[in-house]
Design a protein around this ligand. Structure first.
Ligand code: ZN
Length: 295
């Protein structure tokens, strides 16, 4: 597999779910080896934030990255879309502190990247191939990466959640994440929240723009959205989408099996930091079979 970037810019705008701020975004093409870099165009100076496990500065409710005191939050759904569409290199300029939430899923980002088009670059993708199992455990929460069961390169995801609300209950999804499965199974799964939490968050200045148009909102055992769910198990599908985005913060595609149980952004980031700290557990790898296909 060769590296990709966009064929042209993808320009869009929307509201940050926590800040309530209207933000304009331009995703621009970048050369091979450049990686994914966020740039805050509204502040003086360069304000470049290259993605990396260490760039993550906060994981409460969403994933926020930063460098030199400048931050960008809610990056995970866009990163999931870039990961699934094998976009390795891009400059993401925005004029505010938070990416637009759009409809709470990754589907609008997929559509924008499709409209911009993709360009193949003359350099191989460098995968992070998992060689040994690493895991982080916190109470009953667990996140782990282990070698793929099959010889095929790529990411496998196995995610399980359990909530007392009968609207959610226990849900589990196991799938191989590639472009087509992501588009079909994960991309349109929306983020979700509970009414009582939304009220508490608003009181703390968060979730200012959170509502039925950008999240599945659960009240007790009921889903409040009049249109209902996009999948019966939309909740766990969204958690798998989040994991895909949170893993891509590594700046390279992972070839391995991700397992998440009751995990969220904090556990996902603890896991990628553990991976970086354990160079014996993985190696950088180019997949020759994929290369032959792509050429
Ligand atoms: Zn999410």
């Amino acid at each position: 597999m060769l590296q990709h970037t966009l064929a042209g810019p993808a320009v869009f705008a929307g509201v940050g779910v926590h800040s309530g701020r209207h933000v304009r975004v331009a995703i621009r093409p970048a050369p091979a080896g450049h990686g994914i870099v966020f740039v805050r165009g509204d502040l003086p100076g360069e304000n470049r934030i290259p993605i990396s496990a260490d760039a993550v500065v906060r994981t409460q409710l969403n994933t926020e990255i930063g460098a030199g005191g400048v931050t960008v939050s809610t990056v995970e759904h866009l990163l999931a879309a870039l990961s699934a569409l094998s976009v390795d290199n891009a400059v993401i300029e925005l004029d505010g502190p938070e990416l637009p939430i759009m409809d709470g899923s990754a589907a609008p980002f997929i559509k924008l990247i499709d409209q911009a088009g993709r360009r193949t670059l003359d350099a191989p993708r460098r995968y992070i191939e998992i060689l040994e199992t690493i895991e982080v455990v916190h109470g009953d929460k667990r996140a782990a990466l282990s070698p793929n069961v099959s010889a095929r390169p790529g990411l496998e995801v196995d995610f399980e959640i359990a909530f007392a609300s009968r609207a959610i209950g226990r849900q589990r999804i196991t799938l191989r994440v590639d472009e087509s499965s992501f588009r079909r199974e994960l991309a349109s799964a929306r983020t979700f929240g509970f009414v009582h939490e939304v009220e508490a968050l608003r009181a703390r200045g968060l979730a200012q723009a959170g509502g039925l148009e950008n999240a599945v909102v659960v009240d007790g055992d009921r889903v409040l959205n009049p249109e209902g769910l996009r999948f019966p198990d939309e909740f766990v599908r969204h958690k798998a989408l989040d994991a895909v985005g949170d893993l891509y913060i590594l700046g390279a595609p992972v070839s391995g099996r991700f397992e998440g149980r009751y995990a969220g952004h904090a556990m996902n980031n603890a896991l990628v930091r553990e991976l970086v700290a354990r160079p014996d557990a993985w190696r950088e790898r180019i997949f020759a079979a994929d290369l032959a296909q792509a050429v």
